[in-house]
Every structure is written in structure tokens, then in C-alpha cells.
Write a protein that binds this ligand. Structure first.
Ligand code: CO
Length: 467
């Protein structure tokens, strides 16, 4: 098998392995755990998930210590997962799969805590707790070593929808996030979660008639950055339509893309800044630059990418839209937006040197790039100052999000390593790839005895979890 299909195929094995076979030599300073989540189970009983984003979540842990790599994987024991196991059928509504048939159940689902906690999008750390996140207000806490889930402790998220891409507030250590409150009068809200007690504080509320689908948001030292793409939903239709969640959103390109800036101190909004229609899942970074705000996105021409990721289409080998790394400059005084493509190739699943550069001027973006198959085959590095792009690839291999880890004594922004989970379709198994983040040369790889379905996001926790 050399197509990417294996990456959308269920992995049933759960393993804890003390040492993975290693090629190459790991840098002695590299100590900690890469924790990742992603969909890993695409059918329950007779039912099949319809979309890549629907698969039941599995956690993966690669722990690096003393030049060795141990590994563990375990299904995230969410309420959704447990219910699916017990009932032998899909129990909660997912992104594009909806098991509810009756109208009554639909309404009940949207406005009650029956939301899915199938946290297959990202992992984060709130204080000392690891949490797996999706786009509902439900995060699942888990043990960073055994990957066992603790009870679902709902965040007190002030809304019905949220993102799995929070930012960290440098001053307070709080998690900053966005939520949409849906109802007769809907609102976009920014809020912070305190690191230790999870106390919620709403920073800003902006009224909105038809909320846009938003997967992430931007942050500068001064502003929270909202990018509303014209993929919008009528909240009442969402409650009543009977269609799966994402299929209630409508593409309305005539609305264009609207940026709104929210002052982090006062909560006051400035905008909208309007430009042509586009769509993005991921903000890369943003920063203040004189009278401008620079906002970098992995931008698609439209929202077709969501349709491209239905499993039936993926297995049929249909083409998948690819995003361009695009810089938007918002002039605060003139209320104008200009845009510019930063690289010739496509970039998705972007990462930067967050510790040093998040919300600040920066130079390098790492991410994934497509290859001849049309699917993600490469790890790429883009120099945003001149578009120069480096890439790593290997035949029949499909790369995952490259997570940057800085060398402790690093001088330059790109001094460190990248960790990427790569599927080798020819060997029908995956490996953890360790690249030099500067020149993308291979340092080492640790081989896993099974395939790891394509995941989305993960984080490196520098302190190794205690066994
Ligand atoms: Co994402």
C-alpha cells in the first residue's frame, strides 16, 4: 500500500512500549514527551464516520529521555467513546456525523450538555493538568504518562462552540480562547481560563447574527484577532435542520473576510477590516507593527477543503485543496487590508517557535506541504522574510504536524528540532521523525510497530511525566 488511505484507517491496538527501535542519535538535551491526539476509530458497530474530523480520539505519547524513546497509545476515554463502546453505535453528534434522528433530540442536543467530548483536535496544559480538546466546551483531562482519562471536567466556557487552539497569556499563564454563544441573540466571546482553578473571565462579547466557523484566532501583544470567513451559520437552523453540525454552515463569499481586533486590556473592538473571501483553519502568528497589525494565515480560496475531507472522497483519491501561507496587513488608521502570499508552496498544520515568537515579529514557519499524491507528504520550513522554503520528504511517507522544540541554549529562532509523526505507507507503520529545525536534515527516527492514523495537533511537554 502506498496511498495515504492507511492514515484514515482504524487503529485498534493500544500499547505501552518501553523502547522503540531508534535510527540515529537523539540530542542529549532533548527530554520530555510529545503528546498528540487524533481520530483513530472510524466505525462503531455497523456505522461509519463520514468525515476525517469525526473519528474517535486516540492519544499518543512519545517520551524521550536518555537518548531513548518510549511510546504509548490509548483511546481517549471520553463520554463519547465510552457510550460508543457500551452501545455499539455512535452516540454523540460529531463534526459531520450525526446519529440523532429525531428533531426533538436535535434541539435537546444543541442546547444541553449532550455535546460530544471526542477531543481529537489538540492537547494543551492548564496549570499542571493535561487536557485533550475539541471544538465543544468539553475538554477531557488525562494522565500525561498512562494517557488514562480523568473525569470530564467541563471548562466553564461561556458559549456553545469554542476552539482547540487557545493561546497562552504570557503575563498570567491563563489560557485565552474564543467561544460562540448561540441563541436568539448570538455573540462571539473571548475569555480567559486561570491556570489553577479554571476560573473563567469573559474579556469581550461581540454581537453577531450568523456566526462564522472559526478553528483558531490570532494574538498580538495588544490585540485578540478574530478572522471571520464567510462560512456562516444561522443558529436556529443549526438547532432545527437535522443535518450534521458543519453541514449547516453556508458559504457566502459576497460577505468577504472580516477581521476584528479586540483590545486585550479593555475588551473594546476595532473593525471590521474587510477583504476578499477566503477560508482558513489556522492562524500562524500575528503581531503589531507600527500602525499595522500583521496576521498570517494558512488561507484557502474557499471552504471546499471541508468537503474534500469526507472519508468517501479521500478513499476515492479525489483532489484536496491546498492552502497558501498568506500575510494580511491591517492598517488601523485606514481600516484597510492588504494581502501577500509568503511562499510558493502550500503550508498547513503550521507551527512556530511559540515560546519566543508568539504574538511578536518572527521569521520562520514550519508545517506540512503536499506532494505528488496531493496529500501531505512533506515537512516544510518557510522563511517569511523571503519565501525561501526547505522541505523533507521520503517516498510513500506522509508527514504530520512538525512540533518545534528549542535547544536550551538556542541563539537563533530556528535552533532546535522538529518532531513529526510520519506514516510510512510502504511499511504500513509510522515513526517519530526528529529533524534539525534549521536545515530539515534528519537526526533520528523511532519506529512504531503499527500505523498511526493521521492526527491533527500535539504539544511537547519539556518536563518528563513521572512514571
Ligand atoms: Co487545528
Amino acid at each position: 500500500m502506498s496511498s495515504p488511505d492507511l492514515g484514515f484507517t482504524t487503529l485498534e491496538h493500544e500499547r505501552l512500549l518501553d523502547e522503540l527501535p531508534l535510527r540515529g542519535e537523539l540530542p542529549p538535551w532533548l527530554t520530555g514527551s510529545l503528546l498528540r491526539t487524533g481520530p483513530a476509530k472510524f466505525e462503531v458497530g455497523e456505522q461509519r464516520m463520514r468525515h476525517w474530523f469525526d473519528g474517535l480520539a486516540m492519544l499518543h505519547r512519545f517520551t524521550i529521555a536518555g537518548g531513548r524513546v518510549s511510546y504509548g497509545n490509548r483511546f481517549l476515554e471520553s463520554r463519547s467513546y465510552r457510550a460508543a463502546q457500551e452501545r455499539g453505535k455512535i452516540a454523540y453528534s460529531e463534526f459531520a456525523t450525526d446519529p440523532c434522528r429525531s428533531l426533538f433530540k436535535r434541539v435537546q442536543t444543541l442546547f444541553s450538555p449532550e455535546l460530544s467530548d471526542n477531543a481529537n483536535v489538540n492537547v494543551g496544559k492548564l496549570g499542571e493538568r493535561f487536557v485533550a480538546m475539541t471544538e465543544t466546551p468539553l475538554a477531557v483531562e488525562f494522565d500525561g504518562h498512562t494517557l488514562a482519562a480523568a473525569e470530564v471536567r467541563p471548562y466553564r466556557v461561556p458559549g456553545h462552540l469554542s476552539t482547540a487552539h487557545p493561546h497562552m497569556d504570557r503575563a498570567s499563564g491563563s489560557m485565552l480562547n474564543y467561544a460562540a454563544k448561540l441563541g436568539a441573540s448570538s455573540q462571539y466571546r473571548f475569555f480567559s481560563l486561570a491556570p489553577h482553578d479554571g476560573e473563567t473571565r469573559v474579556l469581550a462579547s461581540l454581537p453577531v447574527k450568523e456566526p462564522a466557523y472559526m478553528h483558531s484566532f490570532g494574538l498580538t501583544e495588544r490585540w485578540l484577532v478574530l478572522a471571520e470567513f464567510p462560512l456562516v451559520v444561522n443558529p436556529l437552523a443549526l438547532a432545527l435542520s437535522g443535518r450534521p453540525y458543519i453541514e449547516n454552515f453556508r458559504w457566502k463569499p459576497e460577505r468577504g473576510t472580516r477581521f476584528t481586533l479586540v483590545d486585550r486590556r479593555t475588551g473594546e473592538a476595532t473593525g471590521p477590516f474587510e477583504t476578499d473571501a477566503c477560508f482558513a483553519f489556522h492562524h500562524v502568528n500575528a503581531y503589531d507593527s507600527g500602525g499595522e497589525v500583521v496576521v498570517d494565515l494558512c488561507a484557502y480560496r474557499d471552504a471546499r477543503i471541508i468537503e474534500d475531507l469526507y472519508l468517501e472522497r479521500l478513499f476515492a483519491g479525489k483532489p484536496v485543496a491546498s492552502p497558501a501561507l498568506t500575510r494580511f496587513r491591517l492598517s488601523i488608521a485606514k481600516r484597510t487590508v492588504s494581502s501577500q502570499q509568503l511562499s510558493d508552496g502550500d503550508v498547513e498544520l503550521p507551527r512556530i517557535n511559540y515560546c519566543r515568537c508568539n504574538e511578536r515579529p518572527y521569521r520562520y514557519v514550519w508545517g506540512t506541504g503536499s506532494g505528488p499524491s496531493g496529500w501531505i507528504e512533506r515537512v516544510v520550513k518557510v522563511d517569511t522574510t523571503n519565501g525561501a522554503t526547505l522541505s523533507w520528504s521520503q517516498p510513500h511517507c506522509y508527514a504530520g504536524e512538525p512540533v518545534f522544540v528549542a535547544r536550551p541554549d538556542a541563539g537563533g529562532e530556528d535552533e532546535g528540532v522538529l518532531l513529526s509523526v510520519v506514516l510510512d505507507a510502504a511499511r504500513e507503520s509510522s515513526f517519530l521523525l526528529v529533524l534539525d529545525a534549521g536545515d530539515l536534515s534528519e537526526i533520528a527516527r523511532a519506529e512504531v510497530p503499527h500505523h498511526i492514523p493521521f492526527g491533527f495537533h500535539g504539544q511537547f511537554a519539556a518536563a518528563p511525566p513521572t512514571a
